[in-house]
Design a protein around this ligand. Structure first.
Ligand SMILES: O=C(O)c1ccccc1NCC(=O)[C@H](O)[C@H](O)COP(=O)(O)O
Length: 257
């Protein structure tokens, strides 16, 4: 573990649970749907490149959404989402590997497995088009990134600081997220993406797909992330809260109504 110092109790609890979770029996071999291609296709089609997240609950959410995750996911795709993110973390986010499997079967867009993966065997629990590795929490980022790539996964390496972004690029990440949510205290500041991306020379980010994560609520927020260099914008709460299809449509179409 990189460091747990100063982490919010909820995040310490998430990591404790992640350490105790097992893995798969043998290495998976996945054939992924391309995230960069899906983001580009959305743009070419006049849609903002949104990765919509099926997040039944979270430590910062009020209550839990109990409707069928496959119906939610399908509504997100009908609303124009370029890709989906599906929580598989069970204890704090109400997700499961089975949910991801069912969603991935039902849709034809790339699906990210959103979880707190710490060890190689945990990659082998369920197939997905991408897996998330959080730079702050993974001890051997380069090793786990390579292990995921060997299985065919695309990898979204999540960062929050300039140092983490540089470490992700040094480790060979080609899809990098900047989380506007600080996992130390769960505060959200949508200026984080701009500051972190600005701190790294443009040449270092060439050929890297950049994803802005968390705290995006409005079309103005989406436009702001895109102007700062985001190739895709990952949105959870603002889509999960209310009519999922209408919320996705609003953000992908850029409508301000
Ligand atoms: O969302 C949380 O409450 C949370 C708490 C502790 C660790 C991680 C958490 N979220 C992870 C995420 O990255 C978000 O689910 C994702 O970026 C979407 O964020 P949002 O659009 O703000 O729901």
């Amino acid at each position: 573990m990189n460091t747990r110092e100063g982490l919010a109790p909820a995040v310490r609890s998430i990591l404790g649970a992640a350490e105790g979770r097992g893995g798969g029996d043998e290495p998976l071999d996945v054939t992924p749907r391309s995230l960069p291609a899906a983001l580009e296709a959305a743009e070419a089609d006049g849609r903002a490149p949104i990765i919509a997240e099926v997040k039944p609950t979270s430590p910062t959410a009020d209550g839990e959404r109990t409707d069928d995750p496959v119906e939610l996911a399908t509504a997100m795709v009908e609303g124009g989402a370029a890709a989906l993110s599906v929580l598989t973390e069970p204890e704090h986010f109400g997700g499961s590997p089975e949910t991801l499997e069912a969603v991935r079967t039902a849709v034809d867009v790339p699906v990210l497995r959103k979880d707190f993966l710490l060890r190689e065997a945990q990659l082998d629990v369920v197939g997905a088009d991408l897996v998330l590795l959080i730079a702050r929490f993974v001890d051997d980022l380069e090793g786990l990134l390579e292990a995921a790539h060997q299985r065919g996964f695309q990898v979204l390496v999540e960062t929050h600081t300039p140092a983490e972004l540089e470490a992700a690029l040094d480790a060979g990440a080609d899809i990098v997220g900047v989380n506007n949510r600080d996992l130390a205290n769960l505060d959200v500041d949508v200026g984080t993406f701009e500051r972190v991306v600005d701190s790294v020379p443009a040449t270092a980010r060439e050929n890297v797909t950049l994803i802005a994560e968390s705290g995006v609520e409005s079309c103005d927020d989406v436009a702001r992330m895109r102007a700062a260099g985001a190739d895709g914008v990952l949105v959870g709460s603002a889509i999960m809260d209310g009519d999922v299809r209408a919320n996705t449509e609003r953000l992908t179409s850029g409508s301000t109504e």
